[in-house]
Design a protein around this ligand. Structure first.
Ligand code: ADP
Length: 482
């Protein structure tokens, strides 16, 4: 059955617009390769208009009381939850993830709006003892001003709200450039904010398929004081360089290459269940997906068998259909990359336990859930982000060895390990060079916890009170003559 969502407009300065160029492009369902909607193709002039509107709106929004901003965020969170079915369907159609996953993401996305809305009321300052009796030292926090966000396709709603939530809570305006592959969820969220009573200009969603041209307008504009980006390390580096000239603040959530370590004292069944969640959420297309499975020698066979059995039980297909737990990948190039990683591993001597090829669906960008054993460090799958449903397993003997191998990566986003030894829990937590550590936990992400990486995985944190700080400038007020 063909499902179409029609023609979406852009949301610029509080107005729905077809854009200056009048050109449009198609949004394709990766499960069926059919066009599900069209969107206007914004040009740099549209982005200029969004920035102008944000600059005008900034003063009033930035000086509004926190409870007002909080109420709008709470209302938006409520509307998202109320519309979970509709939003999940839009997400599945544009991104491919199964409906159950999409529902989960919508609720997760709403949680950022709710949590940061609550936190807006707790942006406290400081009073510091002065060094002379006639002075007082006061510290206040102010919104950084106009901000911009560039977001990826793998979490079409949550990557938006994880940025919009803290921005609005802090009193910043924001312009979003969502991925050209999944802009519909972003536009649905804009609609929700409009209904929630957000003043015009505070939020704009500018969609276009020339990302670098649109981003350049943002990066060159001195009035935009912060850029928050989630995406590839390659683009993150470009943006960081471009941010230098106007000295914008940057938050960069970039690639990862997560190790997933299972010690022989772990509960294997629990570790397998967490591995499935960690590896297969979003078909493995997340930056915190486990990419390298290190399993201690004595249990590697048992773990591999159980994981392959569980992966084999997962039904692959159109995410709108009942019972489907693995949807398509986002585009043909993603399938090619996954296949290249698998073939490279097999060519270099890995054992293919299950899967290992494109799925037999007639249309759509499907790949079979795949388990590889006996992988070695030189294989592509152990070095590059696979972004697909492939679990690559390698044995290890002891703690020091596995820490060294896990740290041998330019990335440092998430690491997971499974053990019951409390000493080991702390030793690894301290020594693994990663920003997020999951101990007996394959899905640590949540609104109140800091999400972000080290090394090539980026700069800054999102979620939590630390994520809010990224949208606030510290201002020191020295009071004399007292
Ligand atoms: P992914 O590999 O996850 O698609 P990308 O980094 O290519 O990651 O894309 C993430 C976001 O960055 C998308 O919104 C995309 O349009 C945008 N983007 C891609 N290239 C550039 C660029 N040169 N400058 C700014 N944004 C870009």
């Amino acid at each position: 059955m063909t499902v179409t969502l029609g023609d979406y407009p852009l949301f610029i300065g509080g107005n729905w617009s077809s854009g200056i160029s009048d050109k449009r492009f198609d949004i394709v369902n990766p499960a069926t390769e059919e066009v599900v909607a069209t969107v206007p193709n914004a040009v740099p002039e549209d982005m200029h208009m969004a920035i102008e509107a944000a600059v005008i709106a900034q003063s009033e929004w930035g000086n509004s009381v926190a409870s007002y901003r909080s109420q709008i965020l709470a209302r938006a969170a409520h509307l998202m939850r109320e519309r979970v079915e509709k939003l999940a369907e839009v997400m599945t159609l544009e991104e491919g993830k199964p409906l159950a996953d999409a529902r989960g993401e919508v609720l997760y996305a709403a949680s950022f709006l709710e949590w940061f809305g609550e936190e807006a009321k707790r942006i406290y300052g400081d009073m510091i003892p002065a060094n002379t009796p006639e002075k007082r030292i006061v510290v206040i926090k102010r919104p950084v001003g106009v901000t911009a966000a560039i977001t990826p396709w793998n979490f079409p709603a949550a990557m938006i709200t994880r940025k919009v939530g803290p921005a609005l809570a802090a009193g910043c305006t924001m312009i979003i450039k969502p991925s050209e592959l999944t802009p519909l969820s972003a536009l649905e969220i804009a609609k929700i904010f409009e209904e929630a009573g957000l003043p015009k200009g505070v939020l704009s969603v500018v969609v276009g398929n020339d990302a670098s041209a649109l981003a350049k307008v943002v990066m060159d504009d001195m009035r935009v004081r912060k850029i928050s980006f989630t995406g590839s390390t390659e683009v993150g580096k470009i943006l960081m360089r471009q941010a230098a000239d106007t000295m914008k603040r940057v938050s960069l959530e970039l690639g990862g290459h997560a190790p997933f370590i299972v010690f022989d004292d772990a509960n294997i069944d629990d570790a397998v269940e967490q591995a499935i969640i960690c590896k297969m959420r979003g078909m493995g297309e997340t930056c915190v997906s486990a990419n390298r499975f290190y399993v201690q020698q004595g249990i590697v066979e048992a773990f591999t068998d159980k994981l392959a059995t569980r992966m084999g039980q997962m039904r692959v297909g159109n995410g709108l259909d009942a019972g489907i737990s693995v949807g398509p990948l986002i585009e043909p190039a993603a399938v090619d990359k996954v296949d290249r990683h698998v073939q490279d591993a097999v060519d270099q001597g890995a054992t293919l336990i299950s899967g290992g090829k494109r799925h037999s669906e007639q249309r759509g960008y499907f790949y079979e859930p795949t388990v590889l054993a006996n992988v070695t460090e030189s294989m592509l799958v152990m070095n590059e982000e696979t972004f697909g449903p492939v679990a690559a397993i390698t044995p290890f003997t002891d703690e020091d060895e596995v820490i060294e191998r896990a740290n041998h990566s330019p990335f440092g986003l998430a690491a997971y390990y499974f053990t019951r030894d409390i000493g080991r829990v702390f030793r690894l937590a301290e020594r693994l060079e990663y920003g997020i550590i999951g101990v007996n936990d394959g899905m640590p992400s949540t609104a109140q916890a800091p999400f972000g990486g080290v090394k090539l995985s980026g700069i800054g944190r999102e979620g939590s009170k630390y994520g809010l700080e990224e949208y606030l400038d510290i201002k020191y007020i020295s009071l004399g003559g007292i």
